[in-house]
Design a protein around this ligand. Structure first.
Ligand code: TMP
Length: 235
């Protein structure tokens, strides 16, 4: 499968058309941004790690947790064939432990473990700064139907259940993560975008060391080493 025209360039990936109208090729970059693009940088080797980790996790979620995904085939270190979707403009965030914007918004110390995982939605809209919304807002904005939202929630919690256990076996705490879903041409909802250290918070279970993009967001140093370390836990 070959790339044809570039359809889109995002903050961390480029998307290309192929000869098959139902398939696209995504190409992962080393570019990193934070705070809605205000902070920019490069994380050397990130594209390769995110491509491989996302593909591996999506295949697991598909097989073990029965969540349909956009994944089709890894072409090389940075490029993957995926099913063409129209993205549901929702960022679906699952949290197991307080961190990041949850800690900031609600005045809860980072590291407080929840009795039950939480879910929240942001309206995926860079101009508005991805505002936090509830399900009724999502319906009012016609971002998805009630049935689609129910299915998205079911898939997101199932993904959390599977991934929490998966990472625990590898000495990693899955603190929180963000998912995006898309619709195939027949309307089927599938997990899309990526699952990577850019979109998840991973803490080492023993040292609580951050092994994700927070090292870049917060200028903690050792960014590349953290990405390599979390990738190493996968094998
Ligand atoms: P938050 O605590 O900043 O809201 O982030 C929650 C999770 O979502 C965290 O794992 C990082 C991820 N995330 C993204 O993938 N993209 C984003 O633009 C933001 C703000 C967070």
């Amino acid at each position: 499968m070959e790339k044809r025209e570039q359809l889109y360039e995002g903050k961390a990936k480029k998307v290309f058309t192929t000869d098959d109208p139902e398939l696209l090729i995504v190409s992962y970059k080393d570019d990193a941004t934070a705070f809605n693009g205000l902070k920019k940088g490069t994380i050397v080797g990130k594209g390769v790690i995110n491509n491989k980790m996302s593909n591996l996790l999506m295949q697991k979620l598909e097989k073990e947790a029965h969540i349909p995904t956009h994944f089709v085939e890894e072409l090389n270190d940075r490029e993957t064939v995926v099913k063409k979707v129209s993205i549901v403009p929702l960022e679906v965030i699952i949290r197991n432990i307080a961190a990041g914007s949850f800690s900031k918004n609600y005045g809860v110390e980072e590291g407080v473990v929840f009795d039950h995982p939480t879910i929240e939605f942001s309206y995926k809209n860079d101009d508005l700064g991805d505002p936090l919304i509830n399900e009724y807002h999502a319906l009012a904005l016609k971002l998805a139907t009630k049935e689609e939202i129910e299915l998205i929630k079911e898939y997101a919690f199932a993904a959390n259940c599977y991934m929490k256990a998966y990472w625990k076996e590898r000495g990693v705490i899955l603190v929180d993560f963000k998912l995006e879903f898309g619709r195939l041409s027949d309307g089927t909802i599938v997990l899309a975008d990526e699952i990577s250290p850019d979109t998840c918070r991973f803490w080492d279970a023993e040292t609580k060391e951050k092994l994700d993009k927070d090292r870049f967001r917060r200028d903690l140093g050792g960014v590349e080493d953290a990405y390599a370390e979390i990738m190493g836990r996968l094998s």
